[in-house]
Design a protein around this ligand. Structure first.
Ligand code: OGA
Ligand code: MN
Length: 286
């Protein structure tokens, strides 16, 4: 196997050409890719054509245990991509039509335009996400990422000391409503209870310290809400400083990011005019 690695940002992120997730499935190739992910945190793996759903799930399973949909289906909605291992991140309904503007499911999907890391609202968090582009709009709809190890390293010492030992509560419904979605029903809420995670953790593979925040963060244990809000706003402003942020999208890529050390978001696009068909396979902690 010969492939090329091109660093895309001074701090992290790489484009990998010549690695084929359909073919390079032997243990050495997978270990090589994992090592690149540990180093660069975000890797755009180039392919001429999108992987099939089976190929996509198959490669994800080589990286780690694949998360499966646990939520009951919303009544009356068909699954456009009929695999429990694939998160359909498109703006299309079960019949392949663009969701109307006021559709609740579209409203929840739009929350992906807030900075977050995947599944931080689960005690068993996401490790790698593999996002595959099937159709991208002619303008907008890129995916921005940021390296939270670099962010942590550069924090003032005083801030590092302040964050030591703090625990945040992450809630899926918090970010859905922050993104403009409606209040969930009690049944919906029960499908995704909140989870607690340290604001600073050590990345298991690289050993580097990471600031672990997301749009899902609702509160900080033992801290009054207004104080938590202003602390989170301060951290957000630092995190999103342009020197940390990269927009890594090209059609044909499978973008893989390490959720334990990065944040990401989709950028705006006209989701009433253009189709954007993105599909995600997610690995989770053991
Ligand atoms: C995701 C996500 C953003 C995008 O798939 O987890 O947040 O650009 N996607 O689609
Ligand atoms: Mn996401």
């Amino acid at each position: 196997m010969t492939f090329e690695v091109e660093q895309l940002h001074p701090l992290y992120a790489a484009k990998i050409s010549g690695f084929d997730m359909r073919r390079d499935t032997n243990p050495e190739s997978v270990a090589t890719l994992k090592a690149l992910l540990d180093e660069y945190a975000v890797c755009a793996v180039r392919h001429e054509t999108p992987l099939t759903n089976e190929e996509h799930i198959g490669f994800g399973a080589l990286l780690g245990p694949v998360a499966r949909k646990s939520m009951p289906r919303i009544a009356g909605t068909g699954m456009r991509v009929p695999y429990n291992e694939i998160v359909d991140q498109s703006n299309l309904d079960g019949d392949g039509k663009i969701y109307p503007d006021r559709d609740k499911r579209l409203a929840y999907k739009r929350a992906n335009r807030l900075w977050h890391t995947d599944m931080s609202y689960r005690s068993n968090r996401a490790t790698w996400s593999l996002l595959s582009a099937h159709v991208v709009p002619p303008e907008g709809g890129e995916t921005e990422t940021t390296d939270m190890r670099a962010v942590y390293d550069d924090l003032p010492e005083k801030m590092k000391a302040r964050l030591e030992g703090l625990v945040a509560e992450h809630c899926y419904w918090h970010s859905r409503m922050l993104g403009g979605g409606p209040e969930p029903t009690p049944e919906e809420r029960a499908t995704r209870p909140p989870a607690q995670h340290s604001l600073v953790h050590t990345h298991p593979t690289s050993g580097r310290k990471v600031l672990y925040i997301a749009s899902h963060v609702r509160s900080i244990a033992g801290m009054p809400d207004d104080e938590a809000k202003s602390l989170l706003e301060e951290l957000r402003a630092i995190t999103l400083h342009p020197e940390y942020v990269y927009y890594p999208w090209t059609v044909g890529d499978v973008l893989i990011w390490d959720n334990l050390v990065t944040m990401h978001r989709g950028t705006d696009f006209d989701d009433q005019k253009y189709i954007r068909d993105m599909r995600r396979v997610t690995c989770r902690e053991e």
